[in-house]
Design a protein around this ligand. Structure first.
Ligand code: RIB
Ligand code: CA
Length: 325
């Protein structure tokens, strides 16, 4: 896609790489649709030292100079053992080749403070894409309570009206820090949620992975990293999907082409009370639901083949760029 620099959407990506975070960043970088101001890392799939190192390695391997900032070491309240099941102990484990070590360091400063600084420097201009627990954004709102009125819009991967993945009711990002999510959902930011309702179906298949592997001769860290994620996918193992769900790509695919998703405006709540529903999201979908309650966009359907095409194209381009590093 060739988008004139003047019309590229100014974007901050907050993430916890994470294999699907990696695919989302690759989509954002290679789409040409964004001026990515910063990437901020948060604890989530792995401890902060890993997610921030992974974010830096990804940004650098893709040939960008995007500054990467470390953020929250822990959620606001919840403490949990990091789930190495799906992303491995590094948070970005590979079935073979790994990304080259970054040639630069993390940028100085805390992610939350950097979000506040950059949004205040360009009120109404910056879009936030949150692909992990919402801790950094909640901290930014605590630092600047007026922040929500200065953010252009928020797209996030998290939640789900169809149930959970880390518990029967809760999706991981919101379960990891539901208190942060409650702060963000109560803010006035124009928000669109990409929950498991659509992201569970945002998988690529074996032909897509073969196209990524064929992109470069020899070592192919992109294909090997996605192969690891494929091998750890429960849905693939159970035969429920031909490939791994790249959850975090959905918010970015929506920004690239909103027509790829069906969005409904709903009043979404997140459960913060301890118990079996901790971190679960709910929405009142009755036609006669009380008006006047703040609503956000909720993605309920997607054009899966088209999303998979965008993501695979991005990962093919990423493989080619990394091979040239
Ligand atoms: O539930 C999926 C989410 O949890 C994704 O953001 C994935 O990266 C993990 O963080
Ligand atoms: Ca993530």
């Amino acid at each position: 896609m060739t988008v004139p620099p003047t019309t590229r959407r100014r974007l901050i990506i907050d993430c916890d790489p994470g294999h699907d975070d990696f695919a989302a960043i690759a989509l954002a970088v290679t789409s040409g649709a964004f001026d990515i101001e910063a990437i901020t890392a948060v604890c989530g799939n792995a401890p902060l030292d890993r997610t921030s190192a992974n974010a830096l390695a990804i940004a650098d391997a893709l040939g960008t100079a995007i500054p990467v900032y470390a953020g929250a070491v822990a959620p606001l309240l919840h403490r949990y053992d990091f789930p190495a099941d799906f992303h491995g102990v590094t948070g970005l484990d590979s079935a073979g080749a790994t990304l080259p070590p970054p040639r630069r360091a993390l940028a100085p400063g805390h992610a939350a403070e950097e979000i506040v600084r950059r949004v205040n420097a360009a009120p109404g201009e910056i879009t936030l894409a949150v692909l992990g627990p919402m801790t950094n954004l909640a901290l930014a709102i605590a630092l600047d309570p007026e922040l929500p009125g200065k953010v252009r819009e928020l797209v996030f991967m998290g939640g789900g009206l169809i149930g959970g993945n880390v518990t029967p009711r809760a999706e991981f990002n919101l379960w990891a820090d539901p208190e942060a999510a409650a702060i963000v959902l109560a803010s006035s930011i124009k928000t669109t949620m990409f929950g498991l309702d659509v992201t569970n179906r945002a998988f690529i298949d074996g032909d897509d992975l073969a196209r990524i592997r064929a992109a470069v001769p020899g070592a192919n860290p992109v294909a090997d990293i996605i192969q690891f994620y494929t091998d750890r996918s429960g849905d693939v193992a159970a035969g429920r999907a031909p490939g791994p769900a790249l959850h975090d790509t959905c918010p970015l695919a929506f920004l690239v082409d909103p027509a790829l998703f069906t969005i409904e405006q709903l009043a979404v709540t997140v459960e913060t009370a301890p118990g079996p529903h901790y971190g679960a999201t709910d929405a009142d979908r009755r036609a006669w639901a009380p008006q006047g309650v703040a609503r956000i966009g909720v993605a309920l359907d997607l054009d899966r083949p088209a999303v998979a095409r965008h993501v695979t194209d991005a990962l093919v381009e990423a493989a080619r760029r990394i091979a040239k590093r």
